[in-house]
Design a protein around this ligand. Structure first.
Ligand code: C2E
Ligand code: CA
Ligand code: CA
Length: 423
């Protein structure tokens, strides 16, 4: 049987070209038959061809409105329907096609059951070109396969959301190339000596129109697109470069903490990136802390521990961020290769008024100290909380009450003002 993908695409292009000006709708249905390869292997090529021929016959019987109906791959079929009435009817048709294809096919003495998967896209809702429709239908097909439901129809809002995501991915790549990223610094104050010897670098994305985008919006997209590795590399290098230039008047060396996302911590080249950056900016490794969230540990503790140990061998420090929210078990905790834990701000925020939160904070501080870890409390928003944490012997504190995240210049000013205030 002929497999004619090229001819099919050509036909789809023609239908799109004529449907456009006429404001007509078109549905593209991609159908995949499983487990075709297994049957081909078990019963031979001839059996496979018999199945494919029967599928084609059934499709032709059930989809009377098809203007084109072709086999486009070994186990793939494609259908074009014009003048699609309403999407709800398309769901019904999809179910009818699935039911028809699920009737077992007799090959020799065997009755072979098939699993059909359908991915459907619509013109003009999901794409203006044949290629865009195919791409949407393929994504829908994959959704159907992944979710184990027989068919998936791309909804307009899905494709709009995806378009927005792709746009942001492209913009993020550009931001990296055109100097659109910035680091803000939020001091981590030593609560016992009240020295501001370290800070956390927090990333900001500055749009050309001056608008600032916060990491909760763009880090997930950067992770999904893979550009996060370059972001991590950029953040480590920028933080080290900027901190190397900042030395307070009393000559104390400043340290800095950089956030490392889950994807980057599992990246084998992270240790190399860190080692190179430390060498380039000539910074002693202990001045760099990498913050990783408790929840990224849990994904694959063994591999994560291995990578953290490599980083510690280089001499960098490790902080476990958002501690208390990731539900890691205490058995992991005892072997975490870390130097610091950061109590999540959700516990710190209300510790003065909420007795349970206060108990959790106290427990985490005790636990950390028992395991020789420094403890940092984040989210300190008032003086009472700061005092309470000092009384509990918490080592470091961070929060709006001490200082908000500041751009590089403001951080520099803050450091000198801080020293003046202390004199
Ligand atoms: P995080 O590491 O837990 O950072 C703390 C967040 O709490 C920051 O938000 C900070 O601005 C905010 N914050 C600080 N003090 C207070 C306070 O007193 N009260 C309250 N309510 N919030 C406070 P931001 O800068 O929007 O960052 C959000 C998250 O984005 C960070 O959470 C971190 O997970 C991630 N992130 C930031 N920069 C980077 C980066 O360079 N790389 C990666 N992978 N993630 C980053
Ligand atoms: Ca952090
Ligand atoms: Ca945190």
């Amino acid at each position: 049987m002929d497999i004619c993908w090229g001819a099919f695409l050509k036909a789809l292009r023609q239908h799109v070209a004529t449907a456009g000006p006429a404001q007509q709708s078109i549905a593209l249905i991609l159908i995949e038959i499983q487990p075709f390869h297994i049957y081909n292997f078990q019963f031979g090529f001839e059996a496979g061809e018999t199945i494919a021929a029967e599928v084609l016959t059934r499709l032709k019987n059930y989809i009377k409105k098809a203007v084109v109906l072709e086999r486009i791959g070994v186990n793939e079929f494609a259908v074009i329907i014009e003048d699609v009435p309403i999407q709800e009817l398309l769901f019904l048709s999809a179910q009818r096609i699935v039911d028809a294809l699920r009737i077992p096919i007799t090959v020799g003495d065997e009755a072979l059951a098939l699993d059909p998967y359908l991915g459907i896209s619509l013109f003009p809702d999901h794409g203006q070109s044949a290629e865009a429709l195919v791409s949407e239908a393929r994504i829908a097909l994959q959704r159907a396969r992944d979710s184990g439901t027989a068919y998936h129809i791309t909804l307009k809002k899905d494709s709009e959301k995806r378009l927005a995501q792709w746009q942001m991915e492209a913009d993020l790549n550009r931001a990296l190339a055109t100097d659109g990223l910035r680091l803000c610094y939020q001091p981590k104050l030593n609560l016992q000596s009240l020295t501001p010897s370290t800070s956390e670098a927090l990333m900001r994305w500055q749009l050309p129109n001056g608008q600032t985008i916060y990491p909760s919006r763009f880090i997930p997209v950067a992770e999904a697109s893979g550009v996060i590795h370059q972001f991590t590399e950029w953040a480590i290098n920028t933080a080290l470069r900027e901190v190397a230039e900042l030395t307070p008047e009393n000559g104390d060396e400043l340290s800095v903490a950089v956030n490392v996302s889950t994807t980057s911590i599992y990246d084998r080249s992270l240790a190399f990136t860190v080692e190179s950056a430390l060498a380039i900016w000539n910074i002693a490794p202990h001045r760099l802390t990498l913050e990783i969230t408790e929840s990224s540990l849990i994904k694959n503790p063994q591999l994560c521990f291995k990578h953290l140990s490599e980083l510690r061998e280089i001499g960098a420090k490790i902080a476990i961020d958002d501690f208390g929210t990731g539900f890691s078990s205490l058995s992991y905790f005892k072997s975490i290769p870390a130097d610091e834990i950061k109590i999540d701000k959700s516990f710190v925020k209300h510790m003065v008024t909420n007795e349970d939160d206060a108990k959790i904070v106290e427990l985490i501080i005790e636990l950390g100290h028992k395991f020789n870890l420094q403890v940092v409390a984040e989210g300190i928003e008032d003086r009472e909380t700061l005092k309470a944490l000092q009384a509990l012997q918490c080592d470091y504190g961070q929060g709006y009450h001490i200082a908000k995240p500041m751009d590089y210049q403001s951080y520099q000013n803050w450091l000198s003002d801080f020293q003046i205030d202390r004199h």
